[in-house]
Every structure is written in C-alpha cells, then in structure tokens.
Design a protein around this ligand. Structure first.
Ligand code: ZN
Length: 288
C-alpha cells in the first residue's frame, strides 16, 4: 500500500519576490477538515472560488507561510488541480472505477484508475512566464491562475445576463480577448497590449504558455474491450468538492448518540481514530 503523502512538491509553485516555492503540506485530516471540504461549495459563487476555499481549509502551508486565499488564488490552474487530486487521494482510496462509452462501437465498459499513477511533470523554467514576438513585436505573458479562473467565472456569469441576439460567440471571443489582456505583462509592445485580439496572437501566446506549464494529466486513454478503440476518459480533479458531508454527519451522529461526545470533540478526532471507533461501535451493536 502506498503511503499517503500529506506534503510534497507542487509541479509548478508560487513565485513570490522572484523566488519559486514548491513545498506544500496539508493539515492532519480530521472531521473538521472534512466538514470544511464538504461545506465549501454551499455558498461559493463559482467552482474556482470553491476550490480556493477548499484548499485554504485543508492546507497548513504553502512554502513556509500559511495558505491564504490570495496565495492559493495565485497558484496556476495545474497546481490547483494537482492539490485537489492529492486531497481526494488523502480522503479516499486513490483508485477509482470509471465508466466509459466507446466512441466507435458504443460499448459501455468500466476501468479502474489509480489517480496517483497519472503522470505529473514539473514545470520547466521560465515558469510561469513566456515571451515571444508576433509580427516583429515583443510580448510577455504569464500562465493563468485561480484568480483568473474566478474572474472568468464572474465575467461569464455577467455576460450570460446580456440577452443580445447572437451574442454567444461574440461574448466568448470578447472574454478570450479580455483574458489575454490580463495575461499580457509589462514590457509587451503597446500595439499588442492594446490590441489583444490581433489575429494569431492568442494562439502563439497559448502555445508558449503551454510549453512552460506543469503537466498534470487528467485524461487517459482507455482501450475498448470489444473493438480495441482507445477512448479518451477524463477524470475530475475536483471530484471531492462538496461530497462526503452526509457520510461524515452520519458518523458524527452515530458516535455522539452512543458515546455522548460533543460534535466538536468528534470532529477533532484524527480520521483513522474516528473510523476505528465506528468499527468498534459496529462490533458492539452486532454482538449486543
Ligand atoms: Zn469499442
């Protein structure tokens, strides 16, 4: 059995004051952490905000400092996916049964995936930055972060409020342009920063940013057992968000009813000890 990693190295990392920090550590997993993880989605306005709240509630440190919302928001998207997947593996077994439907013959089949075995590649320098020229003009850009995802979710919600005719494609193009404006940095040729919709610029910037991004694989190839076609199957790195709450509350209820401990005391128990008491309780009920 693989030891659970509650600390490790981010594939990307935080760049603060010119230095890149990659270490992180989760808090010891107890009921209070699990409760926070289950409840973060309740009033979060968007998925990126829920992810930030979940990571703030569960991380003890990023580098040598606490994981504030601002610092968690500053992590690149792949780091946030990586941390959410690590968290999911800490909370549950890392193996999952997924259901896939073959794109060629339509066969539905199950496949077992070990989330821990999915490849993770550290970001190469000059992460999180990329530079290049477009039509002879220089640009500098940075990888999108959680803050950009949250901004995009807010802007998307606002544009959904516009019911102008045929607005969808125009709205998407407009959002892409505004996102590009956020990602282009000082030192970029003013002509490009003022015209982020310049043809070909977005594709060039995206390709250069992809090359410095950490690799966190969320999609895997699954061969169909009937026709052999290799199908792309996607795992959800945010799967654990908002789940587990009912189970946790049932466990608290069972322990509180039997032992008359307070909710706070039960939530403070390390997860393994809570489960051990529940197992003892099961045995006591069976033999009674
Ligand atoms: Zn098939």
């Amino acid at each position: 059995m693989t030891a659970l990693r509650s600390e490790g190295l981010l594939p990307g990392g935080l760049v603060e004051g010119g230095a890149r920090t990659r270490t992180y550590a989760f808090r010891p997993l107890d009921g209070a952490v699990e409760l926070a993880l289950g409840e973060v989605v309740v009033d979060a306005p968007s998925l990126p905000v829920a992810v930030t709240r979940a990571l703030c509630a569960t991380l003890a440190t990023l580098g040598d400092a606490p994981a504030s919302a601002e610092r968690v928001d500053a992590l690149c998207v792949a780091d946030r996916q990586f941390l959410m997947r690590e968290l999911q593996c800490l909370c549950d077994a890392s193996t999952r049964w997924l259901v896939a439907t073959c794109a060629v013959c339509g066969e539905r089949f199950d496949l077992e995936v070990d989330l821990r075995a999915l490849p993770v590649t550290p970001a190469p320098a000059p992460f999180p930055l990329a530079s290049g020229t477009h039509d002879g003009r220089v640009w500098h850009a940075r990888l999108p972060t959680g803050a950009d995802q949250a901004w995009l979710a807010r802007a998307d919600a606002a544009s959904l409020g516009n019911d102008d005719v045929g607005g969808d494609d125009k709205d998407i193009a407009d959002l892409e342009t505004r996102l590009m404006q956020r990602l282009l940095l000082d030192g970029t040729d003013p002509h490009l920063s003022e015209n982020p919709a310049t043809p070909g610029l977005r594709e060039a910037v995206e390709a250069a940013l992809d090359a410095v991004a950490p690799g966190v694989v969320t999609t895997l190839g699954a061969p169909c057992p009937v026709c052999g076609q290799v199908n792309a199957v996607t795992t959800d790195p945010y799967e654990r968000l908002g789940t587990g709450l009912d189970d946790l509350l049932r466990q608290v209820y069972a322990l509180a009813s039997h032992y008359h401990w307070s909710e706070a005391d039960i939530l403070r128990l390390p997860r393994s000890r809570r489960h051990a008491y529940l197992a003892l309780l099961d045995t006591a009920v069976e033999t009674a």
